[in-house]
Every structure is written in structure tokens, then in C-alpha cells.
Design a protein around this ligand. Structure first.
Ligand SMILES: [Zn+2]
Ligand SMILES: [Zn+2]
Ligand SMILES: [Zn+2]
Length: 678
């Protein structure tokens, strides 16, 4: 595979499409970076301070504290005072505790008592330890052609609200190229019928050929990566420009009307290479790769349409955060933030908070994306490794906005065939994937070199020396080996900074042998698994992309648990939908949702529901450098908790399937304040 890319690779972590869009929007915006702007006077919160006693009502409900990381730990009652957990323990003592608080604080509001109803369950606020809050909201207004939805493509969903597409957690029925074509036809017709959208393009996102049921049979001689092209798109309409972005957001598919606009817009430049429009159109396949092809296409989108998308960006960010809250999430950790995006995001949140002072935003942690040593922040006024504090909401360094780590993207994604491998992909016997740092090409006919490139080792060493915790994205077997080597080398020259103090992570860390697991344990590295790889993509991995290797190596949660390796689960949203309960379910059942009979991928790697709960709360908080404040319900921690209609820990590997994800989230408290619209 040829790939002339010096800026990073595919997966939600690095994504040229969204980066291009965001850059365009941010450049056009007059917003000053929030780190430099004078703080605006915030409207005061009007709701009373929380003072609450929650109890299990004589065992009708259950309160799971996950104290010290134990998913089975329960208490009878807890007391919330101000924004913190003040007490946990027997109900009798909780009542006494609340009474003494009331006495000590005569100005406190009246105690609110919640007796859990039959089956209700309190758990710590759930955590998404790896999402993308810049890229996901950007394309919320695009047509959604992703594999996730409750209806087949082209069939109307229950709601026109753009948030609805973010809420879908199941694979669509019959997701295939044929349905995609029908949906595109219908959406083009709708667009043409709207007099206010003259000249607008059909913009679509989320296209994932790896999950299409009629691939590869449908597209003979094509690969996952090029089975959609202008020949596929042109029969749909000969006037409306179409631009579809693949789920990896590294590839865009365009039709001839779009190519014609690109020609018109860049005629001067393109003439040098192609001489005539006809020649340009003949030579273009309609598959655009990377920034240098995708960005010009996006910049040619109709001006009014771009303005419209830009105007909705703040709302879409809030929408995403609210969808997260509906799924019980109280902390999101962005896995690829850049300084120039922080200002606008900060400003959107400030503006919204001034309108809705009683709405508690989810807490937001961030990893700063670095590609080379020069990217490591030295200007600590904007970013330094932070253990967040509970005070000072929305200021950098507080739990409502903090930088906990640096992020490095080392390879691509396995379902995009760009994860960097030791052995070639089963479905593409010449492909080993891509690595984001220069590898020694002289051995490339013998596969991929064993030794890690010096650049990745130096980058990890330098970050470590500056005490930055790292999130290192590595999906393929070879990339994970390189990550391990880099960490093992870095500790040698930074002996005074312990590995355990940094909590270094490998993101996705998809394919693990016993040997790799043992090295992870020895080097104090902490994997975060994109567990949707098992539930959503497992069938494709098992049958097509990796075959037996998927069975043996994919997302080895139980083996991590047995070795006491602290791991977490993540969605990488928008790669897979937000939802820790769904991720817990997939780790517990390991059922492949694309298989006809919900077959299990490697039964031995199933974890228990209690272990999954710990992964989604305590372990995730620890990996996000925030377990001293959130992640379990213990006195002096923040009152971030969720009341569920049902206890997820009571569901097992069979009963959880397609059920745990839909447990109703009834109440979400962040700092004791209610987050859900009532
Ligand atoms: Zn690239
Ligand atoms: Zn990634
Ligand atoms: Zn990511």
C-alpha cells in the first residue's frame, strides 16, 4: 500500500477530514484562545446545593461503590453534601451523618432522600477514557451512512434529531453496498427538493465497507478500500455533488459532479498536471486519500453550506456531551486534542453554561497530540501534565478541563487494513499496514522489520523525561511490539521517573500474545481496549481480515485481568458509539454481532460483569489521572454517579447480550447536580 503521509494515520485518533474541517472553521472564527481571554462573569447556578441521602431500601436496590476498584463492593447508603460524597455505609449511620451535617450547616438545603426502587442500581459515573470531542460533533449534520443504527440504511429512523444517530448502539440490519446506494438516491432526491439548499452537496460520513454484508462478493476484484468509487456513485445523480467520508475518515469518495467542481476551483493548478478537464475526470477514480486530496475537496463545498455547518458546531458539541450523559458518562477523555482547538471548545462551553447555568457539563480530560519531539509542549501555561483538582470549573487544570497526557499515533486501524503487522492481512496477502514513523525499508520484502524505528523510541524517551504520561496508539502486532520496545528503552534512560507514576497506556492494543502481555505487565503499561472490535467487527476480523489470529489475540481482557494489568474499555467515538454499558456488555459476552448465531470470539477472554464495571469506572479514572476524585463512590470523592433501572452486574455472559447496553440510565449526577433533562 502506498501512503505518503507525514501527519499520522487512520482511526478516530488521527483524521485528516475532521482536522481539515476544524482548521477551516477555527481559522474563520474570531474566537481568541480561551487560555488568553479574560474570564467572563459566569451566571450563578440557581439550583440549591446538593444534600442527598441515597439508600438501597432494604435491599430492593443496590449501591455499587466500586471502592478500591472492586466491582462487587456495595453499601446500604450514601450521603452527598455539596458536590462530594460525604459518607458511605449502613443506613443507620448515614442518617446520623446527614443529621449532623444539617446541624453543622444551618444554611444547608433540606435533605433529599432517595430510596431506590426495585432493581435500581447506583454505580459511579461511567467514564469514556478515549473519545474525540472535536471530530465527532463536526460531522453530526452530515448524512449518516455508518453501520450503527436501528433501521436499515435509507429507511427512516424514529427521529430527525441529529443526536439520534449518535445514540444508536446496534449494527444496522442488512448494512451493504446495495442499501447504501438506495439511501444515497433518496437523500439526493430530498436535497434537490429543498429550495433553500440549491447548490449544496450531499455530504455523508461513517461509510464502513468492512462491515458490509455484500462485500467482498458484491465488488469483484475490489478491496475494502476502493469498492466505492465514482463508478459506484455516478449512476445516483449526474448533477448533485456527492462527498462521502469513510469511517476511518482518511478516505473520501466523490462523484463526477464533485470532481468537476474541484476542477473549476483549482483549474490553474490542475491544468499543469492534467492539461484538460476531460483528462482530469478520466484519471480520477473518485477515491480521495489524505489531507492533500481531501482538504481541497472540502474547501470547494458550497459557501452557504459551510457556514451552516460552522454555525452548528457549538450545538453539536453540546449534543455529543449530552448523548454521553444519557449513556451514564460523567467524564470524557479526548484522545487527540490540539492547542488551537481548545480555545473554541472552551468558548462553546462557556457560552452554553451562561445560558444553562444549572447544567453540569461532563468532566473533560484531554491528551495533547504529538507527532514529533518538537510538538511536546514546553509552554506550560497551555499544557502540562496535570492531576486535576476539583475546584475552578472550566479552567485548565481543573477536572472540567485538564491535560493529563500526550498522545502518539503510531499505526492505522486493523479494520482499515492499516494496522502495522508482523504477518500480512489474510484478505490482502501483500499488505502489512502502515507505520507512522520511518521504518527501514530495505528488509521490507521479508515483512516488517523487527526493530522499532529510532524516531518512535526517541519521542517516547523525550516525553517520559519531561514526565508526560503517554497514550500510544498501536493496533497491529508489529506496532504493539514497537510500542513495547519504546517504553522498555525509555525507562532505561529515565530511571528516576518510575513507569508506574506515569500510567503509560497503549491505545487499542488490539492483538496480544502471552509474551506481549507479560511484557506489558513487567513494564507497567496499561492497555485500553476498543472492545467494539470484538462485538461489532469481530466477525469480519475472524472470517476475513485475521481469521484464526483474531480468535487467539484480539482484546485479551481476561488474560489482562489475571495478570492484574489495569485495563480500560473505550469507544474511540465516533469510531464506535458512545456507551460504557455497551462496552461492558461486549467485554462480558464477546458475542460477534455480525455473525448469524451470535458466536463467541474466544470464550476464555470473557470477563465478569463486576470486572467490566471496574474497567468502566475505577480503572478508567485511574488511566485518566483522576481516580483521586472520581471512578468510585468513596468519602471525599466527587458525587459523580448514575442511577440505573437495572443492575448490570446481575447480567452474565448470556443474559447481558444486547441487553446491558439498553439498561435505562435514570439519573446522572455530576458533582451532585442532575445532568439529564427531565
Ligand atoms: Zn495519513
Ligand atoms: Zn487510535
Ligand atoms: Zn482515537
Amino acid at each position: 500500500m502506498t501512503h505518503d503521509c507525514d501527519h499520522g494515520l487512520s482511526c478516530g485518533c488521527h483524521n485528516p477530514t475532521a482536522e481539515a474541517l476544524f482548521k477551516m472553521f477555527v481559522q474563520k472564527s474570531s474566537a481568541a484562545p480561551a487560555t488568553k481571554a479574560a474570564p467572563k462573569a459566569a451566571k450563578p447556578v440557581t439550583s440549591p446545593k446538593p444534600f442527598m441521602l441515597i439508600h438501597d431500601n432494604g435491599g430492593k436496590g443496590v449501591i455499587r461503590t466500586v471502592a478500591a476498584g472492586d466491582g462487587n463492593a456495595t453499601v446500604e447508603a450514601l450521603v452527598i453534601f455539596d458536590d462530594k460524597i460525604h459518607f458511605t455505609g449502613p443506613l443507620k449511620d448515614a442518617r446520623a451523618n446527614a443529621a449532623s451535617l444539617a446541624q453543622k450547616h444551618p444554611d444547608a438545603p433540606a435533605l433529599q432522600t432517595i430510596a431506590l426502587k426495585d432493581g435500581q442500581c447506583v454505580v459511579p459515573g461511567l467514564i469514556e477514557p478515549h473519545v474525540h470531542i472535536t471530530t465527532s460533533p463536526l460531522m453530526l449534520d452530515w448524512e449518516n451512512y455508518s453501520p450503527f443504527g436501528d433501521t436499515a440504511l435509507g429507511e427512516d429512523g424514529p427521529s430527525d434529531d441529529p443526536s439520534a444517530e449518535m445514540e444508536a448502539q446496534n449494527l444496522r440490519p442488512n448494512y451493504c453496498l446495495a442499501k447504501l446506494k438506495d439511501a444515497l438516491k433518496a437523500d439526493v432526491a430530498k436535497l434537490k427538493a429543498d429550495p433553500n439548499k440549491k447548490g449544496w452537496w450531499l455530504l455523508g460520513d461513517g461509510v464502513d465497507t468492512s462491515l458490509m454484508s455484500d462485500f467482498p462478493n458484491h465488488a469483484k476484484g475490489k478491496t475494502l478500500l476502493d469498492c466505492i468509487d465514482k463508478n459506484f456513485l455516478d449512476p445516483i445523480d449526474d448533477q448533485t455533488p456527492i462527498l462521502l467520508v469513510a469511517a476511518s475518515e482518511h478516505t473520501a469518495y466523490v462523484n463526477t459532479p464533485t470532481l468537476k467542481i474541484i476542477w473549476e476551483t483549482y483549474k490553474d493548478k490542475l491544468t499543469a498536471e492534467y492539461q484538460t478537464e476531460e483528462n482530469f475526470l478520466n484519471k480520477s477514480s473518485g477515491v480521495l486519500q489524505e489531507m492533500d486530496q481531501v482538504v481541497p475537496a472540502l474547501e470547494a463545498v458550497h459557501e452557504e453550506q459551510l457556514e451552516y455547518l460552522k454555525k452548528n458546531l457549538p450545538n453539536n458539541l453540546i449534543r455529543m456531551l449530552k448523548v454521553a450523559q444519557k449513556r451514564g458518562v460523567t467524564l470524557v477523555y479526548d484522545a487527540a486534542m490540539q492547542d488551537r482547538f481548545v480555545g473554541p471548545i472552551h468558548e462553546y462551553l462557556e457560552t452554553y453554561r451562561n445560558e444553562q447555568p444549572d447544567w453540569p457539563s461532563p468532566r473533560i480530560g484531554m491528551a495533547h497530540l504529538v507527532n514529533k519531539i518538537g510538538d511536546i509542549p514546553t509552554d506550560f501555561s497551555f499544557a502540562k501534565p496535570t492531576r486535576p483538582s476539583a475546584d475552578d470549573p472550566y479552567q485548565l487544570g481543573s477536572l472540567n478541563f485538564y491535560y493529563g497526557s500526550l498522545k502518539i499515533v503510531s499505526d492505522g486501524s486493523n479494520q482499515g487494513l492499516t494496522g502495522y503487522q508482523i504477518k500480512p492481512y489474510c484478505c490482502a496477502p501483500k499488505e502489512y499496514g502502515l507505520y507512522n514513523f520511518p521504518v527501514n525499508k530495505t528488509d521490507s520484502d521479508k515483512g516488517t522489520p523487527e526493530k522499532a524505528p529510532p524516531e518512535i523510541i526517541e519521542l517516547v524517551k523525550t516525553a517520559w523525561g519531561k514526565k508526560w504520561p503517554l497514550m500510544l496508539h498501536a493496533n497491529g502486532e508489529r506496532a504493539i511490539n514497537y510500542a513495547l520496545e519504546a517504553y522498555e528503552e525509555a525507562v532505561k534512560v529515565n530511571g528516576d521517573i518510575s513507569a508506574e507514576s506515569l500510567r503509560n497506556r497503549i491505545e487499542h492494543c488490539s492483538l496480544l500474545t502471552d509474551e506481549r502481555l507479560n511484557r506489558i505487565k513487567d513494564a507497567h503499561i496499561h492497555p485500553s481496549y476498543l472492545i467494539g472490535h470484538v462485538g461489532y467487527w469481530g466477525w469480519t476480523f475472524r472470517n476475513y481480515i485475521f481469521e484464526k489470529l483474531a480468535e487467539d489475540q484480539l482484546d485479551r481482557c481476561k488474560s489482562s485481568q489475571k495478570r492484574e494489568i489495569r485495563f480500560s474499555l473505550h469507544s474511540d467515538c465516533a469510531v464506535s458509539p458512545l456507551g460504557p454499558l455497551r462496552m461492558m456488555e461486549q467485554a462480558v459476552t464477546r458475542k460477534m454481532e455480525g455473525s448469524p448465531d451470535a458466536r463467541v470470539l474466544n470464550e476464555d477472554e470473557r470477563i465478569t460483569s463486576a470486572e467490566a464495571l471496574a474497567a468502566a469506572t475505577y480503572n478508567a479514572a485511574w488511566q485518566c489521572h483522576a481516580e483521586h476524585l472520581v471512578g468510585s463512590l468513596e468519602p471525599s470523592k466527587l458525587a459523580d454517579l448514575v442511577i440505573l433501572a437495572e443492575d448490570p452486574v446481575k447480567l452474565d455472559a448470556e443474559t447481558a447480550y444486547l441487553k446491558m447496553r439498553d439498561i435505562k440510565v435514570e439519573t446522572v449526577l455530576i458533582g451532585g447536580r442532575s445532568a439529564l433533562d427531565s
